[in-house]
Design a protein around this ligand. Structure first.
Ligand code: FE
Ligand code: CA
Length: 516
């Protein structure tokens, strides 16, 4: 049996078969680990292990069917059979965290796999595999990443996640839209999976149960069990096209939206293997950070939503993204920021001090500019992504150039299409100073075909494809990075196969992707 079958076998025996078919609500006697296990935030001496006790993951009170706090034991082992246990302990769950657990494991050896599991209510969870990062400055020679974005439960099966789990990678990067907050109107006819959950998420209970729904998926559970992850969010973890404290709907008051966002961020924390320190400055949730992999790579995770300036060039009462004419002054206003001034400063400080061979920047949106036409034919650009925050983009690329950052490569999502782009010093012109890859959606509806007609105006975009669903992989060595666009055969087929659409190399010291 290969490792994937082991995972799926473990899951079938332990947890989530109930979620595979139509009924989402588990039986009353369901085991506690219906949401699987996860690990994340790897450091050279440890990582976070996660689970959430939820015998009834759709319980209307958002408590997963737990009525009193549960005692949960955990074990970390050096071997897959869990014989050589190196850490163990136990903890009580709390209703305040919806009976989720985030256990920080330390004191481990660098750059090696570990296995972990939980025990509660007389049941054992599936076994997950984590991995520590290499020691500081270690001369490590290989790192394999798998990256995904935009997984809408109702528009497809998570076959992309199943194939990612089988890639035998070191680290998963979730680049945003891990859930969709949308309601499920009966008028939508192209849905592949329908759940009896019709309301758009607005409250903590609704966001909790939405994450729980997603986490009952066996393919997503297999992915989380296969490797540790890092995650950033995009808009749909809260609401389509929101910015910081501002809803896309201009009439919703900041105070009201702030409460909704707080609930959504809380549910994100409860379901991701994040360190509890991300809550230290509540109501801020600090998910941006740097993760070092020896001398080979630094992974910088950015937050493109929490701190951004209000949407540029708004029209009427709507703050939704749209193509605004280039004459709109907001677009270039230096006082506006995508990352917020504190995160910008932190990012540029990191560029100055980081000496890793590869600098992977994991974030949610297309960085490359994209010339488009407004509805009345004027030259314009889309306001929702980096093009709506041109001054911040310019400062960021300038900081990369002036600090002589080694091999910067941006990975993003959001577009529901693949893009390969050269990031040029002056946007459309000037020397290429960084490489960009955008992954298509796991399942969400693809980008409009009209985007393809903009390509002649955007020669720095080397590749565009909006016909597929899938994910990206990247393998880093000291001399080159190889990235693959992996596509699944059919989002409506739970047994979809995978193939490679495109493969690119980036050579050390030479920004820009080369097709291989
Ligand atoms: Fe999306
Ligand atoms: Ca998005």
């Amino acid at each position: 049996m290969d490792r994937r079958e082991l995972f799926l076998g473990g899951l079938a025996a332990g947890a989530s078969l109930a979620a595979f078919g139509a009924p989402f609500r588990a039986a009353a006697s369901a085991p506690p680990f219906t949401l699987g296990v996860a690990s994340g935030s790897p450091s050279p001496d440890g990582f976070v292990i996660w689970t959430r006790i939820a015998p009834d993951p759709a319980a209307p009170d958002g408590m997963g069917g737990v009525t009193t706090p549960a005692q949960v034991a955990w074990e970390v082992a050096e071997d897959e059979a869990m014989r050589r246990i190196v850490r163990r302990g136990s903890a009580m769950t709390t209703p305040a965290e919806a009976h989720a657990l985030h256990v920080e494991i330390g004191g481990l050896k660098p750059d090696r796999p570990y296995w972990y599991r939980f025990t509660a209510m007389g049941e054992m969870s599936a076994i997950g595999r984590a991995r520590t990062a290499p020691a500081r400055g270690a001369r490590n020679s290989r790192l394999k990443l798998a990256m995904a974005s935009c997984a809408h439960w109702e528009t497809g099966w998570f076959s992309a996640y199943r194939h990612m789990a089988a890639e035998d990678h070191d680290l998963t990067l979730f680049l945003g839209d891990y859930i969709y907050e949308y309601g499920n109107p009966a008028t939508r006819t192209n849905l592949v999976r329908r759940v009896p959950m019709v309301a758009e998420c607005r409250t903590l209970v609704e966001y909790r149960n939405r994450y729980a729904l997603y986490r009952t998926d066996p393919d997503l559970q297999a992915l989380h069990a296969a490797a540790p992850c890092l995650a950033t969010w995009d808009d749909h973890e809260v609401q389509n096209d929101y910015s910081a404290d501002f809803s896309q709907i201009g009439t919703i008051l900041v105070e009201e939206f702030r409460a909704r966002r707080l609930a959504a961020y809380r549910a994100f924390y409860e379901h991701m293997p994040l360190r509890p320190s991300v809550l230290a400055n509540a109501p801020e949730m600090r998910i941006y950070g740097r993760f070092d992999y020896g001398a080979l790579a630094r992974i910088t995770v950015l937050d493109g939503r929490q701190y951004r300036s209000i949407q540029p060039c708004t029209v009427g009462g709507s703050r939704r993204g749209h193509v605004a004419p280039n004459t709109c002054a907001d677009l270039t206003d230096p006082g506006r920021s995508m990352l917020g001034m504190d995160q910008e400063r932190w990012l540029y400080d990191g560029f100055k001090t980081g000496r890793a061979r590869w600098n992977v920047i994991a974030q949610d949106l297309l960085v490359a500019p994209l010339a488009q036409k407004t509805t009345d034919g004027q030259p314009g650009t889309f306001t929702e992504g980096w093009s709506g925050y041109d001054a911040n983009r310019g400062r960021m690329l300038n900081a990369i150039a002036t600090s002589r950052l080694n091999n910067p490569v941006f990975f993003g999502g959001d577009m529901h299409a693949y893009f390969t782009a050269d990031l040029r010093r002056n946007g459309f012109t000037g020397p290429t100073i960084a490489t960009e890859f955008i992954g298509t959606s796991v399942t969400s509806d693809n980008a409009a075909d009209s985007l393809a007609s903009t390509l002649p105006d955007n020669p720095h975009i080397k590749f565009f494809d909006n016909r597929h669903h899938g994910y990206m992989t990247a393998e880093l060595t000291p001399s080159r990075m190889e990235t693959a666009f992996r596509v699944v055969s059919d989002r409506s087929d739970p047994r979809a196969t995978v193939s490679t659409l495109k493969r690119y190399g980036v050579e050390n010291g030479r920004p820009g992707a080369v097709e291989i």
